[in-house]
Design a protein around this ligand. Structure first.
Ligand code: SAM
Length: 256
């Protein structure tokens, strides 16, 4: 019999991360390959070893979080955000609260800050970037990126918002200061409240349908009246009405 189910139960107890809410085939494949690489023949002996070994545990958490991100990821969607979503939000309110959930190393909340800076004073916006992965958040706070993360950034925005440091680019201080980073587990922790815009992209694909549906409801409750929910380009919500949303634009939903 497979010892994977008891492994994920133990990991849940030990780290608070419930792997049963991630799509099983994909997660099991990733963790089996890491386990084999580390030289353990089954999940039982692997768990016994990582129970007392912080580094081994961190490597496991690192493997299950996929941190790939970039500025203006799928830039056409950010054009819609800038030209349609932000005007809609600013028509009603002068102060905005924005949550970039599962923000990885910070490219997404910083992109939001750079766009908002074109439309309003950043002192009138709270941007919160959260992720499960503490290491990713540390990198986010530093705000230093390799050029490849900036390939969708226009020359104008690059000059305006970054300082070149050797082969790297550092996000300017006014942008960095406008984002607050916090650790947050989307499957276990209470959600931010009173958000006007929630951006949660390229993480829900890893979750089971049941977990996703629970998150849609929780995000809906987190939003202010007519707030907007922005998802990734493979993460369309089927029957948004069931979760209290209506379609606003492709990959954007509005609290109904
Ligand atoms: C592929 S990145 C997405 C980054 C960014 N949103 C984007 O679209 O470019 C996925 C992120 O989800 C985070 N993640 C995975 N499970 C999570 C959970 N249960 N709660 C919060 N974040 C989680 C990972 O740590 C990783 O940084």
């Amino acid at each position: 019999m497979s010892d994977y189910p008891s492994f994920i139960r133990n990991i849940h107890k030990n780290t608070g991360v419930d792997l049963s809410l991630y799509k099983e085939a994909q997660m099991k494949r990733r963790l089996t390959s890491l386990r084999d690489k580390k030289g353990y023949k089954d999940f039982h002996s692997y768990y016994k070893a990582l129970e007392g070994d912080t580094q081994l545990k961190d490597e496991l958490l690192d493997r299950m979080t996929i941190n790939v991100s970039e500025f203006y990821r799928n830039h056409k969607r950010f054009e819609v955000l800038e030209n349609k979503v932000i005007p809609e939000l600013l028509r009603r309110k002068k102060r905005l609260k924005i949550w970039s959930a599962a923000c990885s190393t910070g490219e997404e909340p910083y992109t939001l800050a750079m766009i908002l800076d074109q439309h309003m004073s950043l002192s009138d916006v709270d941007i919160i970037g959260t992720d499960l992965d503490q290491k990713a958040l540390e990198k986010a706070e530093t705000g230093v990126y390799h050029e490849r993360s900036l390939k969708e950034v226009t020359t104008f925005m690059k000059h305006k918002n970054f300082v070149k440091e050797g082969p790297h680019f550092k996000v300017k201080e006014n942008i960095r200061r406008s984002v607050t980073f916090k650790r947050h587990n989307l499957l276990a922790d209470p959600y931010e409240q009173n958000c006007d815009l929630i951006v949660c992209r390229n993480v829900m694909i890893y979750f089971t349908d049941e977990a996703k549906q629970r998150m849609y409801r929780a995000f809906n409750e987190s939003l202010t009246d007519r707030g907007i929910f922005f998802v990734g380009s493979t993460e369309q919500m089927f029957s948004p009405g069931q979760f209290g949303f209506k379609m606003f634009d492709t990959f954007f939903y509005q609290k109904a």
